[in-house]
Design a protein around this ligand. Structure first.
Ligand SMILES: Nc1nc2c(ncn2[C@@H]2O[C@H](COP(=O)(O)OP(=O)(O)O)[C@@H](O)[C@H]2O)c(=O)[nH]1
Ligand SMILES: Nc1ncnc2c1ncn2[C@@H]1O[C@H](COP(=O)(O)OP(=O)(O)O)[C@@H](O)[C@H]1O
Length: 196
């Protein structure tokens, strides 16, 4: 008899500008894997909308959420709520979540084998400042981000995540797309064999 497939959470992590959101958008447009929105107290960037990019919160409204985990990143609070994850899983068996590496570690501890982890990386981090500028981030915010300990930390995959992470190299989108497509193909084969 076929086994019942369990829900999965694809976590996308890596430093700012490496392409986490680009990958998440691609997983949705190409493979129908939607992203679970998270909450933050940072101000919206140009083009970001409440309920589309994030739930933008004040420190007071942020404190009222039922969060699975929360972090301070570059001076702002970020957190992911249990309600948003449950709601997303009710509609889709596989969903994605974009997190910093601390959040990724918390989720691995909490959800174990429900997690599929992607670490987005570039061989030339010098290019990331320009990417953030081109994205429309304020120059002051870009400099703060580049000098934050969290950004510096997330350029490198933490030791604990090495055994479970799938690396995606995004110096060029052609390469990243190829790696993602190859990974998805392998996963589809693995999932099909588990159903036998
Ligand atoms: N742990 C955790 N990290 C989050 C959450 N939401 C967003 N992040 C991460 O917080 C960091 C800063 O996000 P953001 O300000 O949007 O900057 P970006 O990395 O340039 O897109 C990124 O690594 C996000 O993936 C969350 O709910 N929990
Ligand atoms: N391979 C790439 N080459 C050049 N620019 C890219 C590439 N991948 C993403 N970008 C652009 O770089 C900026 C940062 O990407 P984004 O996905 O927002 O990163 P993150 O979510 O990790 O901060 C965006 O403007 C995005 O369109």
């Amino acid at each position: 008899m076929a086994k019942k497939k369990h829900n999965e959470l694809w976590i996308i992590t890596g430093a700012a500008g490496t392409g986490k959101n680009t990958v998440s958008e691609y997983l949705y447009s190409q493979y129908g894997i939607p992203r679970v929105l998270t909450h933050t107290t940072r101000a919206p960037r140009s083009g970001e909308q409440n309920g589309v990019s994030y739930y933008f919160e004040t420190p007071e409204t942020f404190a009222q959420k039922h969060l699975i985990e929360q972090v301070t990143y570059d001076g702002h609070q970020y957190g992911s709520s249990r309600e948003a994850l449950q709601k997303a899983w009710e509609k889709h068996r596989i969903v994605s979540l974009v997190l910093d590496t601390e959040g990724a570690k918390s989720y691995i501890e909490t959800f174990g084998n429900h997690i599929f982890l992607l670490f987005i990386t570039v061989r030339h981090p010098d290019s990331l400042r320009q990417r953030m500028i081109d994205r429309g981030d304020q120059p002051v915010a870009v400099e703060a981000r580049l000098h934050s300990p969290e950004y510096q930390r997330d350029l490198k995959l933490p030791e604990e995540l090495v055994p479970v992470a799938h690396l995606i190299h995004n110096d060029t989108w052609v390469e990243a797309k190829q790696e993602i497509d190859a990974l998805l193909k392998r996963e589809a084969v693995r999932m099909a064999s588990e159903e036998l």
